[in-house]
Each structure stands twice: as C-alpha cells, then as structure tokens.
Design a binder for this molecule. Structure first.
Ligand code: NDP
Length: 236
C-alpha cells in the first residue's frame, strides 16, 4: 500500500482520465478531477477547468488545495484530436490541438510546480500517445503535441529531479474510448492489423501504469516513456 497522496487528474469525467481517477481512489488517494462537463467517479472531487485558460486552471487548483490539501500527483490527461491530412489542415486545427494538449499541460504543470517544490515531493504523469514517436498520417497536429510531451517530461526531470519530483510519460496505443470511436472503420482495421497484441487496449491498462507511477515504489523512475500499446510502437 502506497502513501496516500492528493491527486489531480485533468479531463477525469470520461475515458482514460476517469479510469485513472477510479484507480487512484481504489489505491487510497485523495482524488480531484477537472472537467468541463459531467463529473468524475464516485469519491472524487470534481472541479471545473478549461485547459486553454490559465485562470480557470489556477482556480481549479485553488479549490482542490482548499478541499484536499496540496496537489502531490498531477496527471495531465485532457487532450483532443482534430485529424486531417496536412494539405487540408488549417492553422487553427494545428494550433488549437497544440494549445490544448501541449500548452494545456504546461499551464497545469506550471501551476502545480510551486506546491510540489514546497512539499519536496511530486509525481507528474503526462498522457502522450504512441503516435507521438511513431507518427500517424492525418495527425500532424496531434502527434506533434504528443511528441513534445517527451521533451517536456525530460526537461522537467532535469529541472526538478533533485527535489523528489519525477516526471514520466505514458504512451498509450489504441485504447477503447470516445476518442478512438471517432476513427473511421478503415482506420480502426488498419491499426488492428499492425498491433502485435491483436486487440485494442482497455482504459484500466493505462490506469494501472498511472497507479504504479504515483506509488512509493516508482520514486526512481523519471523521464521515462512507458508504452502501453500492445507492442504497436516497439523501438520508437
Ligand atoms: P476522451 O476524448 O475520451 O476524453 C478527453 C478528456 O479531455 C475529456 O475529459 C475532455 O473533457 C478533456 N478535454 C479535452 N479538451 C479539453 C479542454 N480544452 N479543457 C479541458 N478538458 C478538455 O479521451 P481519452 O480518454 O481517449 O484520452 C485521454 C488522453 O489519452 C488524451 O490526452 C489522449 O490524447 C490520450 N490518448 C488516448 C488514446 C486512446 O486510444 N484513447 C491513445 C493515446 C493517447 P470534455 O468531456 O469536457 O470534452
């Protein structure tokens, strides 16, 4: 049993974020989720936050700190896709995905950092994707935003590693959620054919890794990229 921590999961009202929040509650942590709509799992504190807006992120942290204490584990999970081929991709489709997935993570981790430093403990867990390093046609915006999170976690590790703070990246492959349900049948079939495990992943398989990274035994893991992709991205 790990030390109970205060955990904040962004985008915890559905999909992978919801499953991570559920697992963290089962692990005995105090859990808050950010949401724009709907609530996190039973036993979590739901606070409103928009990833493109620093003020709303600041307000969300302030509310969590008041109700649960300083945030010790940050799971930057909220993310979007706006898939289309490069020649059709508008600048807005590129920048809005980067703004949510990458700059949103910056806003969240920056807001968390002072508290982590003060407590001389922190676990920063960033949700990237196999396509960040593997590449994916039609996802130049998304894969760029997700690849950047690797540099983010590694730079953070070098900046804050001596203060008891770790920063790691989870790189999920094809996980069954609303996000992947949006892919066309052709895209889904194409992915399935390339996954060595010959199946899609489940949200609980991501939540288990997040749980481990937040736990006491993961204190010497930092700057790592942990694939949870059935072997899809091997070697990338
Ligand atoms: P979902 O689409 O099911 O959920 C996305 C979550 O992010 C929702 O809670 C959503 O809130 C929130 N969110 C999106 N944009 C914003 C924003 N601007 N401000 C605040 N919240 C926002 O995604 P998944 O659960 O599938 O994915 C979670 C993470 O895992 C993402 O970062 C994704 O890129 C990554 N991932 C997912 C994979 C998969 O196969 N599913 C594969 C690889 C990576 P709301 O409900 O209000 O829209």
């Amino acid at each position: 049993m790990s030390t109970p921590r205060t955990v904040l999961v962004t985008g915890g009202n559905r999909g992978i974020g919801y499953a991570i929040a559920e697992r963290m509650i089962a692990d005995g942590h105090r859990v808050a989720v950010t949401s724009r709509s709907g609530a996190g799992p039973a036993g979590s504190l739901t606070v409103r936050a928009e990833m493109t807006d620093s003020a709303s992120i600041d307000a969300a942290f302030t509310e969590v700190e008041a109700q649960l204490g300083p945030v010790e584990v940050v799971v930057a999970n909220a993310g979007i896709t706006k898939d289309t081929l490069l020649l059709r991709m508008t600048e807005e489709e590129f920048t809005s995905v980067v703004d949510t997935n990458l700059t949103g993570t910056f806003r969240v981790v920056k807001r968390a950092a002072k508290g982590l430093l003060k407590g001389r403990f922190g676990r920063v867990i960033l949700l990237s994707s196999v396509v960040g390093l593997y590449g994916s046609p039609g996802q130049i915006n998304y894969s760029s935003s997700k690849a950047a999170l690797v540099g983010f976690a590694r730079s953070l590790t070098r900046e804050l590693g001596s203060r008891g703070i770790t920063a790691n990246v989870i790189a999920p492959g094809f996980i069954e959620t609303d996000m992947t349900a949006e892919l066309s049948d052709a895209q889904q079939k194409q992915y399935l054919a390339t996954i060595p495990a010959a199946r899609y992943g489940q949200v609980a398989e991501i939540a288990g890794v997040a749980s481990f990274l937040a736990g006491d035994e993961a204190g010497y893991i930092s700057g790592a990229v942990i694939p949870v992709d059935g072997g899809l991205g091997m070697g990338h």
